[in-house]
Ligand binder design. Sequence first.
Ligand code: GDP
Length: 445
Amino acid sequence: MFDTLSDRLSGIFSKLRSKGRLTDADVDATAREIRLALLEADVALPVVKAFIFRLKERARGAQVSQALNPAQQIIKIVHEELVAVLGGEARRLQFAKQPPTVIMLAGLQGSGKTTLAGKLARWLKAQGNQPLLVACDLQRPNAVNQLQVLGQRAGVEVYAPEPGNGTGDPVQVAKDSIEHARRHMRDIVIVDTAGRLGIDTEMMAQAAAIRDAVNPDEVIFVIDAMVGQDAVATAEAFRDGVGITGVVLSKLDGDARGGAALSVREVTGQPILFASTGEKLEDFDVFHPDRMASRILGMGDVLTLIEQAEQAFDEEQKEKMTAKLLGGEQFTLEDFLDQLIAVRRMGPIANLLGMMPGMGQMKDQLAELDDSHFDKVTAIIRSMTPGERTTPKILNGSRRARIARGSGVTVTDVNQLLNRFEQAQKMMKQMGGMMGLPGGGRRKA
Ligand code: GDP
């Protein structure tokens, strides 16, 4: 699922990597490519248009973070817009104030309704509920039997018309099932309804009649994520014909392009509640828009990194450092340690430092710093007196030997650290200079 879209998007993003800054022309070109990628993934045109409009507006706007390079900025926006298209926050099932809660399933034949009924029943039971499955699909041969098998597997009772009475009235079955649930203390009723291969008025009328008979708390529209552009028409028909309150995407395990998944939320205006990812009862979970968006981008690591970079190098810290440089103050060993700690907070991905303002230049030095190195450096700096930390020049041979003993390292380690620090200090001076200060930022405040 989404493989092609993921590949296309990462190709588009990688072209941005070499850019220092995004011009409007870059934004336009990128937006055009993303538009094509979405259309090829079968996302509905109005959804694509709205998506691209927001993307352009935000990418051109000033609200981009300084902690990120252009590629990361675009990835971040695309990710956030994908999350929005998929519905933002995950939404939970709505339960009735007075049990039983009634959940009605609707959708085309073969969309995965009956399977979903079993999955949902199993899931709700695991949450401590006492669900009842109701077989109102009396059209498809074998649907009742299929539900009974699934119910047995899920350990959930199935309410169905008496055998031999397969042509019974689904509306009556639905009505009776609510009574049955009340009498048997079932707190959730899941009503499986009939579907057709295409949308037809008779099926819609039956679904609406069942809805009126059971007054559901949720009407869940089940849609096969493998259907392409048809998804929109189907979703609209169910929205208008039955009135749906939520969507479940089924067959997300397939290798289809995934357009339905990305369109259905905007088209129906209703949230995606669950995702079905296989034929087994366990292949089912609450739908999380942010996780799905990350999966589509296929770059969970990069997204985490972006988040962490923003956190690790927060505004406050940046301002402190800038003020220091502008004020021409000394970059001390304490500052060096602070920066190392900020970078270390980012975890093992600290070598991807190109995106951090200022830190990019310390990349080479930091790249050699694995955890054990880092602990050593921390120990060395902590073994120094405050005077030594601010004025490392006074560190003569005997002081260095003392520090080495105190921190359990060799004198060579201490020397190496001091050399490294000296280089960093030089860089900081140059940066002060780049910020437009005479004398390389050495002006005293
Ligand atoms: P219904 O006609 O809407 O009730 O659809 P069914 O529940 O009978 O499902 C139709 C077919 O799709 C069955 O063969 C199911 O095993 C299969 N199916 C349902 N959900 C999924 C899913 O999430 N992934 C896969 N791969 N197959 C599914």
